[in-house]
Design a protein around this ligand. Structure first.
Ligand code: NAD
Length: 978
């Protein structure tokens, strides 16, 4: 744009801004009216960050609190008058409460009515009928309405169906009122009602990873709504939700319109905070032009900024949004221009409360000769009313986005609005709360171009999981699945003393999803091979222990690089060999890479000799030396990550090691050996020996020259190894060190303040991913008080809705168990459940698939509630209160993982202290520990040893050594550097 036209545009923007401001006079949006309670609370929120956080958290939990006593308790926990500079109204109330001046009945009523007032500010009513008057009043003002049905996160098919029915009821309701209510815009054939919908509410298993099925099933859910909408002549707009659903939402939008080309003005929201949006917008414009379907494009800034940034940072993915508000505002203007330039094909709807963005849109439309009725503005219910009225006054079209729904499901919406209004960046705050001058408010956006900071070089970062919402990642995985399948069935040797050895004995590895499919035929060694391997390891140890720790770490880093290159092939192999689903297999590979990167760095840290004390004439040094020769015995359920962790820790610490993988995952084990070989690791440092656990495994454990055993597996085997290793053999030089990670019987507690959307999803993930075959899996769910009756049917429906099928199918949530013995064992427990308790749900499955089973009425002392099952069996237990829940949870001999879903600060504090587990997770799933972030491992009968992926882990593979030298010679004490 030339300087002159830029100046002319700015001039016009200023003029429009002044005009709007003139129309608004001194009007203040209702949200900021200080004479109202809501206005006073918002004032406080904007001045006090700590209060804001507590208030939002309290508002979030309040609707789910059933009893008055509970309301008062939680209120006290959030706003204890002692440590908080609370507003006088709250403080006085709390003080009176603590002195017993007010009954909990009164206090709870005050709290509820206060939050209800906040709710009424942003939510028009609990159902369409209850907001008829509100809607009518808005329409009399001259605005159109786009109704958003608030709802819980859909976790089951039943909930998706309920949601769909609510949409249809809403459409019926609107159709009945349409004629009476649409007289204000007779020229608008589409009527003055619209509906905004969220695609995530139409299919409970929606996941872009399972692209085609997600599209198909969401379409199936949508069709009846679209049919009703067409019949009622009511337009639909697709809201844009989280980034990972964006491409799917756009694809779905196009598909539905291709099927219903006559649909009246369908719309889609696009978010200006996303870097991709200009590209997406142009794609949509081209599509609209080609298919001759006129659509509405709602341009929003984006409501999930915090979420997108946090999730991307947590996962290590590129952040899809701009990092600075100025960049988003600038992008909004770029998109405004683009959408106006294409107003022949799309109908622009500018959804913003920002006077600069609004003035810019009007000025840009003017400059492009787009008539005033060819675009509109959209504003949220309960916000920016003066701006809305000013726009109406100057003849612009305005639609009010009007949320309707119950309070609990609406809470997420409410919190987003509160956050938005009170953030430092909020235009409404600057304009109406801080009363900044017009000139400042309509300044052009100042993009700061903020980029994500890179950490210091060499810093450990978790390997990002594959983002399967990205098409290229899905394609790579599909390709890897085909490539690996074509290579299945080969023969593999042992590697002993640097030689590949094919043996007579064999272990046949099979695909649990299709047991006839052979993954590989693995050589199987015995005592002879084991003895040769140990002898060779002893010899190699002499040179390997002298290798510089940094150099040893280098082999791990090279192995990590090699794994990264093969990540999709490795994941594909796990899918075939051990029945892991896509994400779970991918997670195992990234965890393996993490161990290599983390332990490499840890060894570089620990490899530096430490000087202790500072005394003249004395040099004290503390360092670590390797233990010698070890054996690594691993399970099959994390076929790459667990052995990688144990092997890499052993060798980087300077030991030589013989690796015996599980008989169910030997081919994946061999891949690990090959990767280390490719890293250039000297021969003999790592040897590969498969064979029966009780044969070659036990031979190695009891071998005189084995100095340590790193084991992960069942409690039974672990305890046997501990016992065998405790016996000293003739000629043995070391007391054997045993590191044993064993099983768990893990519980998740759900208290009366829990967010049930999160709790259902958390339990589903923790208990059923990988068919419950994780040491960390949840198998007991302890629900406190009345929540039991709400939670149980939701969990049952959610379990009923998940897909069980071949793991290579990206839509399978669960695959088969590892073999027939595992299936029989799980089925025995299911039988026990039928005898001792009440089955809520048992899904029957064929082959090696075992349907998930959910039981209640089981005694906490029953075998079902105490023994590790290693399958998809969940026992639901009731508890009166948190104390009882913790007592049940702690009532087994295991102590591995545990979880709590709660929004009560008091309960969270107590659980942190009293839940006896190695890994406690709060308000999240209890599986999927990350290296360096959630070091993993239990105590009790769950294991001996310190946590994998934590700062103490490597120490177990070394002996500490202390050297003290008298540096004084004939009375002189020069500074001597070691
Ligand atoms: P498992 O005990 O049957 O086998 C583990 C390994 O030990 C295998 O390599 C096996 O061949 C070997 N083995 C068996 N008997 C042996 C013996 N007498 N001497 C030496 N080695 C022997 O366990 P699994 O079925 O492979 O794995 C599932 C178990 O592992 C579950 O109990 C699970 O909770 C546990 N696990 C624990 C962790 C953890 O970190 N705590 C992680 C994964 C799995």
């Amino acid at each position: 744009m030339s300087r002159e036209s830029f100046e002319a545009l700015q001039e016009k923007i200023r003029a429009v801004g002044a005009e709007l401001q003139g129309c608004m006079k001194e009007e203040v949006p209702s949200l900021f009216e200080k004479k109202r309670w809501v206005g006073r609370i918002m004032e406080r929120v904007m001045q006090d960050e700590e209060f804001k956080v507590r208030l939002f958290r309290f508002v979030d939990v309040l609707p789910s609190l059933k009893s008055d006593d509970l309301v008062v308790r939680v209120l006290n926990e959030y706003f204890s008058a002692r440590d908080l500079d609370a507003p006088p109204i709250i403080k006085r109330g709390l003080e009176r409460l603590s002195k017993g001046g007010v009954s909990s009945f009164v206090a709870a009523r005050i709290a509820r009515s206060g939050v209800a007032a906040l709710g009424r500010q942003f939510i028009a009513g609990s159902d369409p009928a209850s907001c008829g008057k509100t809607m009518e009043a808005l329409r009399t003002e001259g605005v159109d309405l786009s109704i958003d049905l608030l709802g819980e996160t859909v976790v089951s098919d039943r909930e998706a169906k309920d949601y769909r029915e609510r949409y249809i009821e809403l459409l019926d309701y609107l159709r009945a009122r349409r004629t009476g209510m649409s007289r204000i815009r007779p020229e608008r054939k589409t009527g003055s009602f619209g509906i905004s919908l969220k695609i995530s509410s139409f299919y409970s298993q929606l996941d872009p990873m399972d692209w085609e099925r997600s599209l198909e099933n969401t379409l199936n859910g949508l069709r009846p709504v679209v049919d009703s909408a067409i019949e009622a002549g009511i337009p639909l707009t697709f809201d844009m939700e989280h980034y990972h659903l964006k491409d799917l939402t756009i694809a779905l939008f196009k598909r539905i319109l291709e099927e219903y080309p006559d649909f009246p003005l369908a719309g889609i929201a696009l978010q200006a905070y996303l870097r991709d949006t200009a590209h997406d917008l142009m794609g949509i414009v081209e599509w609209a032009e080609k298919s001759r379907i006129r659509i509405l494009v709602r341009l929003v800034k984006g409501a999930y900024w915090d979420y997108e940034v946090a999730v991307s940072r947590q996962k290590g993915w590129p952040i899809p949004t701009f990092l600075d508000k100025g960049d988003t505002d600038r992008n909004y203007e770029t998109l405004t221009k683009l959408v106006l330039e294409n107003a022949r094909y799309v109908y622009p709807a500018f959804a913003t409360h920002n006077m600069r963005s609004i003035s810019h849109a009007i000025a840009a439309a003017d400059a492009l000769n787009v008539p005033g009725d060819a675009f509109e503005f959209q504003m949220l219910f309960g916000m920016a009313e003066p701006l809305r009225r000013a726009l109406l006054k100057r003849g612009n079209r305005v639609t009010v986005y009007t949320p309707v729904g119950e309070f609990i499901p609406g809470m997420a919406y409410l919190i987003r609005r509160l956050l938005e209004n009170s953030s430092d960046e909020s235009f409404l705050r600057k304009s109406f709360f801080e009363n900044r001058p017009l000139d400042e408010l309509i300044q052009p956006p100042k993009p700061a171009g903020v980029k994500e900071k890179e950490g210091p070089p060499g810093l450990f970062r978790n390997e990002p999981p594959a983002d399967f919402s990205v098409a290229s990642n899905r394609q790579e995985m599909m390709f890897a699945l085909r490539t690996v399948k074509a290579q299945l069935g080969s023969r593999f040797p042992l590697s002993v003393a640097g030689m590949e050895v094919f043996t007579q004995g064999e272990i046949v590895s099979r695909n649990p999803a299709r047991p006839d499919e052979i993954i590989g035929i693995m050589s199987s060694g015995g005592g002879e091979e084991a003895d040769t391997a140990v002898d060779d390891a002893r010899k190699t140890f002499e040179s390997w222990e002298k290798t510089d720790p940094d150099e040893r770490a280098g082999y791990l880093f090279r192995a990590a690089a090699e794994m990264r290159k093969q990540r999709f092939e490795l994941a594909a192999l796990e899918i075939y060999e051990t029945g892991k689903t896509w994400k779970d297999a991918d997670g195992d590979i990234t965890e393996a890479i993490d161990y290599l990167e983390y332990y490499g760095r840890e060894m570089m840290r620990l490899g530096r000799k430490r000087r202790l004390g500072d005394y003249p004439g004395e040099g004290n040094e503390y360092s670590y030396v390797p233990r010698g020769v070890g054996v690594v015995i691993s399970p099959w359920n994390f076929p790459l990550a667990i052995p990688t962790g144990m092997v890499s820790a052993s060798i980087v610490a300077g030991n030589c090691v013989i690796f015996k993988p599980s008989g169910f995952s030997p081919v994946t084990g061999w891949k690990l050996f090959e990767i280390f070989n490719r890293s250039g690791l000297p021969k003999g440092v790592l040897q590969f020996l498969t064979g029966p656990g009780g044969g070659v495994g036990e031979h190695l454990v009891t071998h005189r020259d084995i100095d340590f055993i790193a084991f992960t597996g069942s409690r039974e085997t672990g305890l046997r190894i501990v016992r065998l290793a405790g016996e000293t053999r003739p000629g043995q030089r070391n007391v054997k060190k045993v590191i044993a990670e064993m099983g768990g019987k893990n519980a998740v507690i759900i208290d009366e303040t829990a967010d049930l959307d999160e709790a259902v999803r958390g339990v589903l993930e923790s208990a059923l991913v990988y068919q419950g075959q994780k040491c960390s899996a949840c198998s007991r769910v302890i629900v406190v008080g009345h929540v039991y009756d709400q939670f149980t049917p939701r969990l049952r429906d959610a379990i009923e809705s998940i897909r069980i099928g071949p793991p290579e199918d990206p839509g399978s949530f669960m695959g088969p168990v590892v073999d027939i013995t595992a299936k029989e064992k799980v089925e025995e427990y299911i039988e026990l459940g039928r005898r001792e308790g009440v089955p809520i749900l048992i899904r029957e499955e064929k082959g090696l698939y075992v349907g998930p089973a959910l039981f209640e009425g089981i005694s906490p002392d029953s075998r079902l509630a105490r023994q590790e099952i290693f399958g998809p069996v969940i026992v639901l237990l009731r508890a009166q209160d948190l104390d009882e829940a913790l007592e049940i949870a702690n009532g087994t001999s295991y102590a591995l993982t545990g979880g709590l879903f709660s929004r009560s600060p008091g309960n969270i504090m107590k659980t942190r202290r009293d839940f006896r587990v190695g890994n406690l997770y709060i308000n999240r799933k209890i599986t999927g520990a990350l290296v360096g972030r959630q070091p993993f491992g239990g105590f009790g009968m769950s294991g001996v040893g310190s946590k994998a992926g934590g700062p103490d882990y490597l120490l177990q593979f070394m002996n500490p050594k202390s050297i003290s030298e008298n540096t004084m010679r004939r009375g002189f004490t020069p500074e001597v550097r070691q």
